[in-house]
Design a protein around this ligand. Structure first.
Ligand SMILES: Nc1ncnc2c1ncn2[C@@H]1O[C@H](COP(=O)(O)OP(=O)(O)OP(=O)(O)O)[C@@H](O)[C@H]1O
Length: 296
């Protein structure tokens, strides 16, 4: 089921000085980035910053109007777009959704669903899935084809904080197990998972880049995002419990309870959040870290 991990340091795609121009305007330009096997690169930036456009250049969907894209020979890409042209009111089972993009044998299909803890959803109607379940199924659909590079445009949209944490864990696990490279996109700046190797901050061009900790400390990052009153929280997960598919929680000692905190039924995430910045101005919705604090 699992593909052979490529040797580390093997570069999957490289954009060099790449840009897209439409109707006399550069949507994004001068983008340099590369993604290696086993690496997670996260694009962050405000709405309209050119993140999806950059991802489409990296996957070869859009040809750069300046600069270039280089891709490893025979590269297989799994792309989960930001929006799917699926009418979620149409009757459609998860099994059929998994096969819409091409044939898939049942064993592979099931293994992919199991990997995202969604095996029990095989016969479920897509329209009845929760936001988190839907995102997991889309992830399974992409992973089933064993891509070398997985591109996920806002994989946590429509997912609550606990689901977001679980999805980020899952994405990290997929990287660890398969050795694929991952390009993640997030416009929600509140959280970047610690497993991210490189954060690239876009705003029509690359503003800054580096490790999550370095970017959150950088002046460029603060100048760009300081005015929205939110910063970057780097998420570190301490595994002291596992969320079971039925919603119950298994603890380190093997006990299973309905909630994370066995005593009071109150949802306690048990995660460490490293707050690297000032986001205390409270504009907009609460940050993930703030929501986590509310739950702690
Ligand atoms: N085909 C197109 N023609 C003209 N403008 C476009 C086209 N595609 C995208 N744009 C514009 O390019 C800019 C960048 O869009 P893009 O979708 O890459 O941003 P984004 O960073 O992914 O934003 P969001 O966080 O809102 O998803 C936006 O202003 C968008 O309106």
């Amino acid at each position: 089921m699992l593909m052979q991990p490529r040797p580390q340091e093997s570069v999957l795609v490289t954009l060099s000085g790449a840009g897209i121009r439409r109707q006399g305007r550069w949507l994004v330009r001068g983008v340099d980035l590369s993604i290696k096997a086993g690496e997670i690169v996260t694009l962050i930036g405000p709405n309209g910053a050119g993140k999806s456009t950059t991802a489409k250049m990296a996957t070869g969907i859009l040809k750069p109007d300046e600069g270039s894209l280089t891709a490893a020979a025979g590269l297989k890409i799994g792309y989960v777009p930001q929006r799917l042209s699926i009418d979620r009111t149409m009757p459609l089972t998860v099994e059929r959704l998994m096969r819409l993009t091409g044939p898939l044998d049942t064993a592979t299909l099931m293994a992919a669903l199991e990997q995202v803890q969604a095996g029990h959803l095989l016969k479920a109607e897509v329209q009845n899935l929760s936001g988190g379940e839907f995102q997991r199924v889309l992830l399974a659909r992409a992973v089933a084809r064993k891509p070398d590079l997985l591109v996920l445009d806002e994989p946590v949209q429509g997912v609550d904080f606990a689901g977001e944490v679980a999805l980020y864990d899952l994405i990290g696990t997929i990287r660890d197990k398969t050795g694929c490279g991952i390009l993640l996109i997030s416009h929600d700046l509140h959280m970047v998972m610690a497993a991210t190797d490189t954060v690239i901050c876009l705003n029509g061009h690359v503003c800054c880049r580096g490790t999550p900790a370095a970017v959150s400390q950088s002046d460029d990052y603060r100048r760009l995002f300081g005015d929205v009153g939110r910063g970057l929280a780097v998420y570190n997960h301490q595994h002291d419990h596992t969320h079971l598919p039925d919603g119950r929680v298994r603890h380190l000692d093997g006990s299973v309870t309905d909630h994370c905190h066995p005593d009071d039924g109150h949802h306690h995430h048990g995660h460490d959040h490293q707050h690297d910045h000032d986001y205390a101005h409270g504009h907009g919705k609460p940050t993930g870290a703030e929501r986590a604090a509310d739950h702690a």
